[in-house]
Write a protein that binds this ligand. Structure first.
Ligand SMILES: Nc1ncnc2c1ncn2[C@@H]1O[C@H](COP(=O)(O)OP(=O)(O)O)[C@@H](O)[C@H]1O
Ligand SMILES: [Mg+2]
Length: 250
């Protein structure tokens, strides 16, 4: 559903992504693990179309990204290939209340207010924030802000969802409840999901397939169970947090 072949991305002659190839199967959760600064956010933003100067191939449901980006939203909806992005910090507008934040993408699409109302209500109910629709983001905890970010993505009924570090900055208990919500969302809506994180717990709970991004390539690509069995030296080092091993520790 999402395929990358030999994707390379440089900024000022410095390659962040050297040669990334991976394939996210339809309806499953692919988790990319990688240490801080390894290029996880850059990779997601590239798929989202924010860095069009990449080399190699990215395709969504077989359609090259360059072509995908030119399709009108109606066409993407008709073909069931809409994509939504869940930003690391929720990506919320400080001056808008929760309802308006969640409604933002739908209104930009030009949906009528009756549909906006219905979809926003449904999404807020799903993430457990029905009571908070009039609140401002500053009145919410970090975990609630992430839920609002997820609701905003979900109300667009995406078939592809990209999660950028959905548990970053949360304590382990809140992080676990977000992991549960991601799994439940996946089971309910069956979208194709790509999630990037450095949080092993969220990966363990949500992933069907795991890729380890290291030095600009996917150094390991395995089914989740196999990855967490630590059969591979990169996987073992990342999971155990060893300073010794194939992953350099500086
Ligand atoms: N717009 C940009 N221009 C230049 N360099 C960037 C840009 N965005 C990210 N980088 C660089 O790419 C590298 C990877 O960053 P990032 O994807 O944010 O890492 P991660 O999300 O894995 O922590 C960093 O060295 C960062 O400085
Ligand atoms: Mg990041």
């Amino acid at each position: 559903m999402i395929t990358l072949e030999h994707v390379r991305l440089t900024f000022n002659h410095h390659a962040v992504l050297h040669d990334v190839s991976l394939s996210v199967p339809q309806g499953l959760i692919y988790v990319i693990l990688g240490k801080n600064g390894s290029g996880k956010t850059v990779l997601l933003k590239t798929i989202a179309g924010l860095f069009p100067h990449f080399a190699g191939t990215i395709a969504l449901a077989g359609i090259p990204l360059q072509e995908y980006r030119t399709l009108p939203i109606e066409e993407k909806m008709k073909r069931n290939i809409t994509m939504a992005y869940v930003f690391q910090k929720g990506g919320l507008f400080d001056s808008m209340n929760v309802f308006d934040n969640v409604a933002f993408g739908l209104r930009r699409r030009g949906e009528n207010e009756a549909i906006v109302f219905e979809k926003v209500r449904e999404a807020l109910e799903w993430v457990g924030l029905s009571e908070s629709e009039q609140k401002l983001p500053s009145q919410l905890s970090g975990g609630m802000q992430k839920r609002v970010g997820l609701a905003r993505a979900l109300c667009l009924s995406p078939s592809i969802i990209l999660y950028d570090d959905p548990t970053a900055g949360l304590d382990p208990v809140l992080a676990d409840s977000i992991s549960d919500l991601i799994v439940a969302t996946q089971e309910k809506y069956k979208m194709t999901s790509l999630l990037v994180t450095q949080d092993l717990a969220v990966a363990r709970k949500t992933a069907h397939q795991v890729g380890l991004l290291h030095n600009g390539i996917i150094a390991v690509d395995m089914e989740s169970q196999e990855f967490f069995s630590k059969s591979n030296p990169y996987a073992k080092q990342f999971i155990d947090g060893d300073s010794e091993g194939p992953i350099d520790s500086i």
